[in-house]
Every structure is written in C-alpha cells, then in structure tokens.
Design a protein around this ligand. Sequence first.
Ligand SMILES: [Zn+2]
Length: 123
Amino acid sequence: MPPLCPIYVRALQEYLEALADEDDLPWRRQRRLLMSFAEFRFKMRGGSKCAVCRASVRHVLPVNVERLNGTLLEYPCLCTRCMEAEKAVSQRVVLQIGRAMIVHLPSTPQLETEQKKMRARAS
Ligand SMILES: [Zn+2]
C-alpha cells in the first residue's frame, strides 16, 4: 500500500480528534465535526460549485432551508455569500451530515419584525 499523503493524514487526524473530543460543548463539537469532515472531503476530492451562483466552494455540506413562507429547499452546497442570503430570508437553515448538524435560526430584530408581519398577514 502506498504511503498516505501527509495532507490527508492531517485532515483525517483533525476529523478523528473532533469525533473523539467529548469535552467540547455539544453544538461546538458538532460544528467542528462537520467542518473537519468537509475539510477532509476537500483534501480528498476537492471542492465544488455553489448551487446558486456557481462560485467555488471549499467546504461542501448539504444545506436544507426553510423559508419564511414555509417553502423547503435543498442545496447540495452553498457559498458563504448565498448561505448568508438564505439565512436572511429563512426561518431555519440546517447543515447536516448524518447526526451532526448546524442549525441557524434568525435572531436579527429586522427578521423578527418580518416574521410578525407575515404571521399577521396569514391570520
Ligand atoms: Zn453562491
């Protein structure tokens, strides 16, 4: 068997460390796990393109979006800019691989006002 490239070994090591680190806070551990898995995948197979704007993406993670109007969207991956745009117009943005997930919920006052307006319109 040929020796593994040191880059793969380091990326794999970081991923395994994140898996083993049970002292970390659960949400921080899940975030570290997802990011180190994405980094490992990048080292092995390279990145991908953003599903919306085709920009290069290093950390390829599937994104599930729940818009304010209830529409559900699934993206194979998003660039940072499109991710921020989705966060601004959605009530939930979830990055998930297996049981590890990062959930972004809106916390900006402007969005809460928008949600109140939408609820008022709906009732
Ligand atoms: Zn994009």
